[in-house]
Design a protein around this ligand. Structure first.
Ligand code: 13P
Length: 247
């Protein structure tokens, strides 16, 4: 198997442009001194993309946006389509994050259109899926996640997509899925993919990933990386997670 791990930092609505630039520069310097064994991706707020792009110029760290509109352009006030993200230097974009689903009412159909728009524009979508606590307690976690995966990946080229499993109850709560629970869901997601891509698609885990649990999570066979929120906001908390991701 040749799935190189990916560690992505989702800054969410944090870090002003100069703060994001400083973090990117500091991570860059650390990874020049000791190269990462994984792909590293940073997803700042839209308004910080330019600053982070400048800080990363010529480095192997990739730039991502946190959302994309499903139309490429036109009369969509406040929206940002894939061509604009490419223009801003992005190569990845997060779609269907649970905060978008829960706080902004995104449904599977929206996530599907966004992921397709991302690929159409040449971006790699990071398609997020995950069950709520209520769904897990009702024994419906796998059913919910697999139906989100099916909808989110519909019509995509599976050579150019990442999946992120982020149980909603583990996001920002300090409560992480156990490595066994994460592995079980990752294996279920992988098993649902078409045979040709099953061993190729990289599936990241997200939800309270920290320096002290990263190695155990990333050590599981179907966990190909991490999508990190809070711990990605400082070099000293993010770098150890990057270091924990070994090919
Ligand atoms: P936390 O790492 O802060 O729990 O956030 C996870 C997440 O939502 C990443 O997209």
């Amino acid at each position: 198997m040749s799935r190189r791990p990916v560690v992505a930092g989702n800054f969410k609505m944090n870090l002003l442009a100069e703060e994001a630039r400083a973090l990117a520069s500091s991570l860059r310097a650390a990874l020049v001194a000791e190269p990462a064994s994984c792909d590293v991706v940073l997803a700042p707020v839209y308004t910080s993309l330019h600053a982070v792009r400048e800080a990363l110029e010529g480095s192997s760290i990739a730039l991502a946006a946190q959302d994309v509109h499903f139309e490429d352009g036109g009369a969509f006030t406040g929206a940002v389509g894939a061509p604009f993200l490419v223009d801003a230097g992005c190569t990845y974009v997060i779609v269907g994050h649970s905060e978008r689903r829960q706080l902004f009412g995104e449904r599977d159909a929206d996530v599907q259109k966004k992921a397709q728009a991302a690929q159409r524009g040449g971006l790699v979508p990071i398609v997020c899926v995950g069950e709520t606590l209520e769904e897990r307690e009702a024994g419906r976690a796998e059913e919910v996640v697999l139906s989100q995966v099916k909808a989110g990946l519909e019509g995509l080229d599976l050579d150019r997509v990442l999946v992120a499993y982020e149980p909603v109850w583990a996001i920002g709560t300090g409560r992480t899925a156990s490595p066994d629970d994460a592995q079980a869901m990752h294996a279920a997601i992988r098993g649902s993919l078409s045979a040709a891509f099953r061993d190729k698609v990289r599936i990241l885990y997200g939800g309270s990933v920290k320096a002290d649990n990263a190695a155990a999570l990333l050590g599981r066979p179907d966990v190909d990386g991490a999508l990190v929120g809070g711990a990605s906001l400082k070099t000293e908390s993010f770098l150890p997670i990057i270091r924990a991701a070994k090919h």
